[in-house]
Design a protein around this ligand. Structure first.
Ligand SMILES: *Cc1c(COP(=O)(O)O)cnc(C)c1O
Length: 360
C-alpha cells in the first residue's frame, strides 16, 4: 500500500504517572499503563487521522461490529532498555505484517506498515521513561485493530480504529508449567483462524484453561482439531520438544500461530548448532519418547514469557514428567540468548532490533 499516510499529531498528557515507576520494586504484568496511546482511524477506504493522546477510555457505540461479531485483531511485542540506555523494539516489522495478515483474514483494512511503525516509534519514544532499566523487565506493547462500524448487519467494516498502548512489567510467571492435554476442546482447525491473532481465538480457550486449572494444571496442551492426535500449541504459546538431540516444533500448516519468538528460537537453535525440525509430533510419539527416556525437555515460546519450561504433561491417565531443567538445558540457553539480544546485551547479528534514539 503506498497511499499517503496521515501525520501523527501528538497531544501530551499534563498528568504523567511515570514517577510512580521509580522505586517500584516489582511491576506485575498488566498492572499499570503508560501515559499515552496511539489511535488511528480508517473510514471509507482511507486512514484519515492518526495521533497520540493520553491513555484513557475510548468512546464507542454499542452496536459496533468489534463488540457484536468480534471484528478485532491484536498483536504483542516488547521494547527493552539497552545497557547504553537506548530503547530497542524487538522485530516490530514482523508484528506489523502479522497484524495485517490477521486484518485481511477478517475482511478488515490493513494499516500501512509505515504508519504503524511510525506510530509505534513515536509512542514508545514519548513514553520512553516507562521502559524499565536494562535487565529489569520490559515494556509490553499491545497494538489492536478493530471495527467501529456502527452496523448490526454482518459485513466487512466501513470504519476501524488501530490503537496501540503499552505497559511496563518486571516480572512474569516463569516457573515450570504443568499442562493438561485437552481432548474436549480444540483451539484451531484447518481453514479457521488458528494462524492469525483475532481476539476471538482467546475466548473459546478460556473454559479449557479454567478446567485445566481446576484439575491442578497451569494450562492446556492443544491437539489438532481433525485427528485429536498431533500436538499444536500450549496455552497461547508455541511448543518445542527436545527429543534425544533434536529439537522439534510443529510446522506452520495453517493451524499454528507463527510466533515471532518461535521463529527467533529456531534461528538461535540453528546458530547454536542444534538439530531442529519443524514436523508433526503426535501425542503417541511423545508418550513413547517419554517412556523410552528420549524426551529431554519441553518448552513453550511467546513474547511475554519468552521461554517457559514445561515440567509435566498429562494425557488421559498418564503423566509425563520432564527432567528438571539444569544449567545446560536447551530451553534455558535459548531464553538467555534471546533476552541478551533483545535487551542489547549481545550483538544483534540477525538485525532484529529497532533502536530508538538515546535518552536526552
Ligand atoms: C501470540 C501467540 C503466540 C506467540 O507469538 P509471539 O509472536 O511469539 O508472541 C503463540 N500462540 C498463540 C496462539 C498466540 O496467539
Amino acid at each position: 500500500m503506498n497511499a499517503a499516510i496521515p501525520p501523527i499529531n501528538v497531544q501530551r498528557t499534563d498528568a504523567s504517572l511515570a514517577q510512580r515507576l521509580s522505586g517500584a520494586a516489582d511491576i506485575p504484568f498488566s498492572s499499570v499503563f503508560s501515559d499515552h496511546m496511539f489511535v488511528a482511524s480508517w473510514r471509507e477506504g482511507r486512514w484519515e487521522e492518526a495521533g497520540i493522546r493520553p491513555y484513557g477510555p475510548l468512546s464507542l457505540a454499542p452496536n459496533i461490529s468489534a463488540l457484536q461479531y468480534g471484528l478485532s485483531v491484536f498483536e504483542g511485542l516488547k521494547a527493552q532498555r539497552t545497557p547504553g540506555g537506548r530503547v530497542a523494539l524487538f522485530r516490530p516489522t514482523s508484528n506489523a505484517r502479522r497484524l495485517n495478515r490477521s486484518a485481511q483474514r477478517l475482511a478488515m483494512p490493513e494499516i500501512p506498515e509505515a504508519l504503524f511503525l511510525e506510530g509505534l516509534r513515536t509512542l514508545v519514544g514519548l513514553d520512553q521513561q516507562w521502559v524499565p532499566e536494562h535487565g529489569r523487565g520490559a515494556l509490553y506493547i499491545r497494538p489492536c485493530l478493530f471495527s467501529v462500524d456502527p452496523c448490526v448487519r454482518v459485513r466487512p467494516p466501513d470504519e476501524c480504529l488501530c490503537v496501540i498502548f503499552t505497559f511496563p512489567f518486571t516480572s512474569y510467571y516463569s516457573g515450570p508449567v504443568e499442562l493438561l492435554v485437552s481432548e474436549s476442546y480444540v483451539r484451531a482447525f484447518p481453514g479457521g483462524t488458528g494462524d492469525i491473532k483475532p481476539a476471538g481465538n482467546y475466548a473459546p480457550a478460556l473454559l479449557a484453561e479454567r478446567e485445566a486449572r481446576e484439575a491442578g494444571f497451569h494450562s492446556v496442551l492443544w491437539l489438532d482439531g481433525m485427528h485429536r492426535s498431533f500436538i499444536e500449541e500450549c496455552g497461547v504459546m508455541n511448543v518445542f520438544f527436545v527429543l534425544e538431540d533434536e529439537v522439534v516444533t510443529p510446522p506452520l500448516e495453517g493451524t499454528i500461530l507463527p510466533g515471532v519468538t518461535r521463529d527467533s528460537a529456531l534461528t538461535l537453535l540453528k546458530d547454536m548448532g542444534v538439530r531442529v525440525a519443524e514436523r508433526r509430533v503426535s501425542i503417541d510419539e511423545l508418550l513413547q519418547a517419554s517412556r523410552a527416556g528420549r524426551l529431554r525437555e519441553c518448552f513453550g515460546t511467546g513474547t511475554a514469557a519468552t521461554v517457559s519450561h514445561i515440567s509435566r504433561i498429562r494425557y488421559r491417565d498418564t503423566d509425563m514428567h520432564l527432567p528438571s531443567v539444569g544449567e545446560g538445558a536447551i530451553g534455558s540457553q535459548v531464553r538467555d540468548r534471546l533476552n541478551a539480544i533483545a535487551s542489547g546485551a549481545q550483538p544483534d547479528r540477525h538485525g532484529w532490533l529497532d533502536l530508538l534514539f538515546p535518552l536526552e
